[in-house]
Design a protein around this ligand. Structure first.
Ligand code: ZN
Length: 190
């Protein structure tokens, strides 16, 4: 029986939201690469991943450290950061007792949503937006749990970024799109 079965489903989701909120409070404002250094996670670019993809490899007998990968096609600094924050969320959940569920199970997509929301909170904080606090953290980290599939999740990230840009009334006067718009485009590309 896996750890997941020890807690009723709703309780595990609430617990996971709490784990991520605690890490957010502790680390908000920190660069993704800085956090990886702090936790001794090795980061590298991979030729195997799609531009918005990432992966977290657990320590093995031969390799004692966690290895975090982003796509070498992730040219945009904000995209790289988003992906790294997302993978860091998997790491924090794992060390907090919520292991990554089997690929493509419903629980897997739920965890994907939690990790995307962690990435949102961390990245947007660096742009001056606080999305999450004591009053809304469970609702915030669990939003989008019902979205199954990589295409659905990417589309949702893109659209939410556009909404945040609009709320923040970002304008582009310099001739170049603001980074969060460009990040949204990456997720909305087909
Ligand atoms: Zn993930």
């Amino acid at each position: 029986m896996g750890k997941n079965n020890l807690k009723p489903k709703g309780l595990l989701c609430t617990y996971a939201a709490g784990v991520l909120y605690e890490r957010y409070c502790e680390l908000k404002g920190a660069e993704a690469a800085e956090i990886c250094r702090e936790f001794e996670i090795i980061v590298r670019a991979s030729a195997k991943l799609k531009p918005t993809g990432g992966s977290l490899c657990f320590p093995t007998k031969e390799r004692e450290y966690y290895l975090l990968e982003f796509s070498y096609q992730a040219m945009l600094h904000e995209l790289k950061d988003f992906v790294i924050y997302h993978e860091l969320a998997h790491f924090f959940l794992d060390v907090g007792g919520v292991p990554i569920p089997k690929n493509s199970s419903l629980e897997y997509w739920e965890q994907e949503a939690w990790c995307d929301n962690f990435a949102f909170a961390m990245l947007l904080f660096r742009f001056g937006h606080s999305l999450v606090g004591d009053a809304n953290y469970e609702k915030f980290f669990r939003s989008g749990e019902e979205l199954v599939g990589a295409d659905k999740r990417d589309g949702d990230i893109g659209i939410r970024l556009l909404v945040y840009c609009e709320v923040a009334e970002l304008v582009y006067s310099s001739g170049e799109l603001p980074p969060l718009f460009r990040l949204a485009q990456e997720f909305l590309k087909k």
